[in-house]
Structure formats: structure tokens, C-alpha cells
Design a protein around this ligand. Structure first.
Ligand code: VGL
Ligand code: ZN
Length: 201
């Protein structure tokens, strides 16, 4: 079984959103078109309580600065994807009705969760692995936002868990902050993730 895993296609990651990713909205139509080619469609939704520990505002720090958390370094983000807000909703054109499963992540106030599989402590599971295994999914294609954070962490975890993983870069957009996109690309390749449809300059 081959599943499409759509990462965080939410208003706050699209232009005018709180943590806008350049061109974040450009991928929506292509993702919708891809949905029909898979046995299962799973969406993830970044879903933070107000005052989340990944927010710069919770530390009186500047957005995009880095702090040391008990689980390692953590980038501090502008407030985004607060539970129940418009910013946390899926892009209105995304065919979210087609989702078999929606995985929410980042709801633990003390731990961020970039990956769809584990929180940033790399140990606390979201439950997605169990869902995929019980549905006999062995192959995953990842798309969504952002390439260098949540897509990257999800893809690497999936490969480590033994899934056959492809990231379709034409249906992803990156934050690309401080070399993060290059590091993510290198890390995904090293983990055995297949990267397809990269733009050729
Ligand atoms: C994301 C930063 C903070 C993402 C989520 O979806 O890539 N990035 N929260
Ligand atoms: Zn977040």
C-alpha cells in the first residue's frame, strides 16, 4: 500500500500567514491532483497551544533565534498554528475531505514536533507509525511544508522506521533559513530518502 503524506498545508505556512513559506500556496493544486493516485491520504496539522515552548514570544526572544531545550537545540518561531485558529486551518483549497487520517502534532506545550512520527525528543510517538503498519502501508510519498523542517524530519524518521520514502520536491516549499535547506537535502539523501522532481536551474 502506497500512502500520500501531506505535511502541514496550513494557512500560517502560506503567504500572509504567521510563518509564511515562499510559494507555500503554489503546491495545493498539485497535491489535490496527486491524491487520487494513492491507496491512502494522510494529512498532518501543526497544532500548538497558545504559549507553546517553540514560540519566541514564550521566551522573550527574537524569532528565529535558537535555544537549548532538554531535548536539544530548538529554533524559536513566531506564534503560529495555534489550535482552533484560522492560521491552523488547512489551506481552503486543499481537498482535506479526502484525508483518511489527520495527524495533529506539536500539542505538547513543552516539546515541538516537526516530524509526523515523533516529537522533537525523537522518542514520543504520534501514533502514525501504528496507523500505517495496521493499514499495511509500506511506501510513502511526502509533500507539503516546509521542505527543510517538517517534511525533512518526517521523511528521515519514516526511512529510519523502514518505510520506502520519496519526497516530491515539486510539491514542497522551504523556509531555507541559515543553510537549513541544504542540510535537510543532504540529511534526507543520507537517510535513504528518494528526492524527486527537483527544479533544475
Ligand atoms: C514547521 C516550523 C515550526 C513546519 C512547523 O511545518 O515545517 N516549521 N512548525
Ligand atoms: Zn510549529
Amino acid at each position: 500500500m502506497h500512502a500520500l503524506l501531506v505535511i502541514d498545508v496550513q494557512n500560517d505556512f502560506c503567504p500572509k500567514g504567521a510563518l509564511a513559506v515562499d510559494g507555500g500556496d503554489e503546491i495545493v493544486a498539485g497535491i489535490n491532483a496527486a491524491m487520487g493516485r494513492f491507496d491512502a491520504v494522510i494529512l498532518t496539522q501543526d497544532w500548538h497551544p497558545a504559549g507553546h515552548s517553540s514560540f519566541a514570544s514564550s521566551h522573550s526572544a527574537a524569532p528565529m533565534s535558537v535555544v537549548e531545550m532538554p531535548y536539544g537545540p530548538q529554533v524559536l518561531w513566531p506564534d503560529h498554528c495555534i489550535q482552533g485558529t484560522q492560521g491552523a486551518s488547512f489551506h481552503s483549497d486543499l481537498h482535506s475531505d479526502r484525508a483518511n487520517m489527520i495527524v495533529r502534532k506539536g500539542y505538547n506545550p513543552a516539546i515541538d514536533s516537526y516530524s509526523a512520527f515523533f516529537e522533537n525528543d525523537h522518542t514520543t510517538p504520534t501514533g502514525l507509525e501504528g496507523y500505517l503498519r495496521t493499514r499495511a502501508v509500506t511506501t510513502l510519498t511526502l509533500v507539503g511544508l516546509a521542505t527543510d523542517f517538517c517534511v525533512n524530519y518526517s521523511a528521515v524518521d519514516a526511512a529510519r522506521l523502514g518505510f520506502d520514502v520519496t519526497v516530491d520536491l515539486s510539491l514542497c516549499r522551504a523556509i531555507d533559513f541559515d543553510g537549513s535547506l541544504q542540510a535537510a537535502t543532504d540529511g534526507m539523501k543520507a537517510a535513504g530518502v528518494t528526492l524527486t522532481n527537483a527544479k533544475v536551474a
